[in-house]
Write a protein of this length. Structure first.
Length: 78
């Protein structure tokens, strides 16, 4: 098996495509990190682009991806 490439920073869909091409037998666990609901005092659900912010191989050989949503074009503060 090839070495697992670094997926950190990629969009989730891009990372999963890469894994699907060369590592289809690999068990992938996705953990989504979110901030507390009242951090920005907004009710925005599933906004932004999901990107991989961390990857690690677990003790039993699974690949764990931590993802977070990012705004591709941040809203102006002005």
């Amino acid at each position: 098996m090839k070495d697992i490439p670094t997926l950190t920073g990629l969009r989730l869909d891009e990372g999963l495509t890469i894994l699907g091409q060369d590592f289809e037998s690999l068990n992938v666990i996705i953990k989504e990190y979110t901030i507390p609901d009242d951090f920005y005092k907004k009710n925005i659900v599933n906004s932004g682009i999901k990107r991989i912010v961390r990857q690690k191989t677990t003790a039993n050989g699974n690949l764990e991806l931590t993802i977070c949503s990012f705004n591709e074009i941040p809203q102006s503060l002005l």
